[in-house]
Design a protein around this ligand. Structure first.
Ligand code: FAD
Ligand code: NAD
Length: 153
């Protein structure tokens, strides 16, 4: 099957957008991801899928922790930045909750310990056990057919 057809069809599934953050060796790393889902209420589990070539994969393996930051409609540029699509290096001011970095201005932050990980083709599925949650008012950024949009409440 053609890769383009696969991506085109997967792109018909409208999603929100997140930036995953983690801390390893005193360094914060962020990466844009839309492969995120809720998994279980008891225990509280979520899932992200990270490309095996992404720096984020080894950083999560090192730290054993990650945070899912759900982006607001004002954060399209941050999504592009943390996907490596802006040709620049920025100084990002993260916020800290109990020693865990979160991305300011996002509409929710889901702090997780790695519960399980599974190699799946060219990605690794990280199941996170939710340890803490913070939520703010705001409207979400969305991604559909390779383009950004938003939902306004
Ligand atoms: P890098 O390329 O190492 O980092 C990304 C950018 O963030 C770089 O510019 C880096 O300098 C900057 N950065 C990171 N941390 C900091 C910091 N502390 N301070 C300042 N700058 C920093 N890929 C997936 O594997 N799974 C997905 O679910 C997924 N979903 C995506 C959804 C969308 C809408 C988009 C646009 C991309 C998605 N990607 C996904 C692709 C992924 O975001 C990119 O391939 C990413 O660049 C690879 O991650 P990396 O860890 O190698 O990041
Ligand atoms: P696109 O048309 O490449 O993406 C549409 C959809 O296809 C995505 O929402 C995702 O569901 C799927 N997809 C895309 N690349 C994938 C991959 N390597 N592995 C598994 N599923 C994938 O949209 P775009 O605007 O061209 O994307 C921008 C960049 O971000 C591309 O390089 C793309 O590969 C990457 N991206 C990766 C993932 C992922 O790894 N899960 C998800 C979204 C975007």
């Amino acid at each position: 099957m053609d890769d383009r057809l696969f991506r085109t069809v997967m792109g018909k599934f409208a999603t929100g957008v997140t930036v995953i953050t983690t801390l390893t060796n005193d360094k914060v790393h962020g990466m844009t991801a839309n492969a995120f889902m809720s998994v279980s209420l008891n225990p509280k589990l979520i899932l992200i899928s990270i490309g095996n070539h992404a720096n984020m994969k080894k950083y999560i393996e090192e730290s054993g922790k990650f945070t899912v930051n759900i982006l607001s409609k004002e954060q399209q540029e941050e999504s592009q930045y943390f996907a490596g699509q802006l040709n620049e290096k920025r100084e990002i001011q993260f916020q800290w909750i109990a020693g865990v970095p979160i991305l300011p201005r996002s509409i929710a932050n889901i702090v997780c310990d790695v519960y399980e990980s599974h190699l799946a083709g060219d990605h690794t599925l990280f199941i996170g056990e939710v340890k803490d949650i913070h939520t703010e008012d705001g409207d979400p950024l969305t991604f559909y057919r390779g383009k950004y949009d938003c939902i306004t409440s």
